[in-house]
Design a protein around this ligand. Structure first.
Ligand code: NAP
Length: 324
């Protein structure tokens, strides 16, 4: 089978096409014929050696959609022929991919492969909003990087769950309309204005009830200056590659909270806990309330171009990879 291998850390040119033997599903695992996979921000970090010490050679990619072509011993809930979205075991940039049964989510007939390709970012956004962020209907929410994969999912989810007002940040004017189409009420281009000052202006100095932050560093720190009393800031990514710091006293005095969230951590420790979230996301897709925003599609063999696009920060929503 064709796969994309990272032979050594470095730029997009380090993604090379290789012929590899297809994997064999072990106990509790299924083998999928890949229909579509996608670029996640963490794939770029892994390629650049910025992600938990992952050492080449390896096939990158975290998730995808495929048709089940074989089931390992003991698999009970998944059948050959089913179309599933899955977090993969090993990389997803390949024509055939392995997944643990517990991390497979069968797609309803009326959910498209492309919607399914966003299952990972949708699960992350849903849990950041609900479990970590404890969002209640009627609240005001700030979503950072609103035109990114996670951000575009989060805007739709908070809208579907009844947020009163959605503010979002972007770094380029061409992303403004996309965020508005998804349901954002206020789109702030932080290259042109101070986002925290604008949030205070838009909320009459009250701040927002929930901040969804995947950027970290200075953005995290500035976010705390526009978080309402009883507000929650969920930190669930560090696109800036910088740590953010905070003082404990203003949290204590104003009943504010900073909460970390990682789908990867849940996959490692309690993978079964992602099943109900995936079901909630799929239900929202069936109800036509959320969809994976896709801005570009590449053949799998053009993974370097897909990475260049995501790294340029010009992509909007998801960038997909499809075996030919
Ligand atoms: N916790 C979890 O379980 C989990 C799961 C999935 C992803 N994540 C994290 O969520 C973040 C977004 O992932 P994604 O797949 O949505 O990525 P993406 O589609 O590439 O979007 C990332 C966006 O972040 C913005 N950004 C702001 N500061 C940046 C910086 N210094 N460098 C690069 N981008 C910056 C950029 O948009 P603007 O230029 O418009 O600001 C960029 O387009 C990543 O940090 C990822 O690791 C976390």
């Amino acid at each position: 089978m064709q796969a994309i291998l990272i032979e050594e850390h470095g730029g997009p040119e380090k993604l090379v096409v290789q012929e590899l033997d297809p994997p064999t599903p072990g106990p509790g695992e299924v083998l999928l014929r890949t229909l579509v996979t996608s670029v996640n921000f963490a794939d770029i970090k892994m390629r650049r050696s910025l992600y938990r010490g992952r050492k080449p050679p390896f096939v990158p990619g975290f998730d995808g959609v495929g048709e089940v072509i074989a089931c390992g011993p003991g698999v009970q809930t998944i059948q050959v022929g089913q179309r599933v979205a899955a977090y993969t075991k090993g990389g997803s940039y390949a024509e055939q991919i392995l997944a643990k049964e517990v991390l497979c989510y069968p797609l309803p007939d009326n959910v498209s492969e492309e919607d399914g390709a966003g299952i990972g970012i949708m699960i992350t956004a849903y849990n950041a909003v609900t479990q970590a962020g404890r969002m209640m209907a009627g609240e005001t929410v700030l979503v950072h990087a609103g035109a990114g994969g996670v951000g575009s999912s989060a805007i739709q989810i908070v809208r579907a769950l009844g947020a009163k007002r959605i503010l979002t940040t972007v770094g380029h004017p061409k992303k403004v309309q996309a965020c508005k189409s998804l349901g954002a009420d206020v789109v702030i281009n932080y290259q042109e204005e101070d986002f925290a000052a604008r949030v205070q202006e838009e909320t009459d100095g009250q701040g927002v009830d929930l901040i969804l932050d995947t950027v970290g560093g200075k953005v995290f720190e500035a976010g705390l200056t526009c978080l309402a009393t009883f507000g929650r800031l969920v930190i669930f990514g560090h696109s800036s590659n910088e740590a953010g710091f905070f003082e404990s006293k203003p949290l204590h005095r104003e009943n504010r909270a900073v909460i970390g969230y990682s789908s990867g951590g849940i996959r490692r420790h309690h993978p079964e806990q992602l099943q109900p979230t995936a079901q909630n996301v799929l239900d929202l897709m069936v109800q036509d309330k959320v969809h994976t925003l896709v801005s570009a599609r590449f053949p799998l063999t053009q993974a370097p171009d897909a990475h260049r696009l995501v790294e340029s920060r010009q992509s909007i929503g998801k960038v997909l990879l499809k075996p030919e």
